[in-house]
Design a protein around this ligand. Structure first.
Ligand SMILES: CC(C)(COP(=O)(O)OP(=O)(O)OC[C@H]1O[C@@H](n2cnc3c(N)ncnc32)[C@H](O)[C@@H]1OP(=O)(O)O)[C@@H](O)C(=O)NCCC(=O)NCCS
Length: 153
């Protein structure tokens, strides 16, 4: 596992990040990508935590966590890293942030959906102790199934 340099940090997303976020979202998720309006909403909503990973002052990736009042469960709604910066530890950095946030917030569990064909992401989650819960058939735009994964606090 390659580790990030000290030139990396995580901060809250702002509307000024929208264009860079949309570029990563679109290249990462194609037909399933969130639209600009939805991203704008997620950046402002009180029920989401939208965080940016920067490395050497570049927007390297982001994670969106959904929260519910008094709930002990959070959802990783989206996580993506720029295709130019993958394989350098940014995804792990974002997962570390999500795990720490869940721990600090009512010791919550984390839940997510991932394409059953997305072996890279599944490997990232498994190495972070996420386990498979169930399959949701025909979940994505192209008919691909989703694997639901969960990580206990
Ligand atoms: C999945 C994603 C976020 C991983 O980000 P990343 O910065 O490339 O991941 P990291 O460099 O932090 O990798 C950490 C570990 O995850 C696993 N991993 C990540 N990408 C992998 C790949 N393509 N193949 C196999 N394992 C992979 C490995 O175990 C890796 O550790 P290693 O480098 O010691 O082998 C990134 O590939 C991405 O944005 N993909 C497109 C969007 C997406 O699929 N998001 C998930 C939706 S559920």
């Amino acid at each position: 596992m390659r580790t990030l340099t000290s030139n990396s940090n995580i901060r809250k997303a702002t509307l000024a990040d929208l264009d860079a976020v949309m570029a990563i979202e679109t290249e990462s998720f194609g037909m399933d990508a969130f639209g600009e309006r939805q991203m704008r909403y997620l950046m402002k909503s009180a029920t989401s935590l939208f965080y940016i990973a920067e490395t050497k002052n570049l927007l390297a990736g982001y994670v969106i966590l959904l929260i519910r009042k008094n709930s002990h469960q959070m959802r990783i709604y989206s996580i993506a890293v720029s295709s130019l910066l993958r394989g350098k530890g940014v995804g792990q950095y974002l997962i570390d942030f999500a795990l720490k946030t869940a721990e600090n917030r009512l010791k919550s569990s984390l839940k997510l959906e991932v394409r059953t064909t997305n072996s890279g992401a599944i490997q990232l989650y498994e190495r972070n102790k996420f386990t498979s819960v169930k399959i949701i058939p025909d979940y994505y735009h192209d008919g691909c199934d989703a694997l639901v994964m969960k990580r206990k606090p």
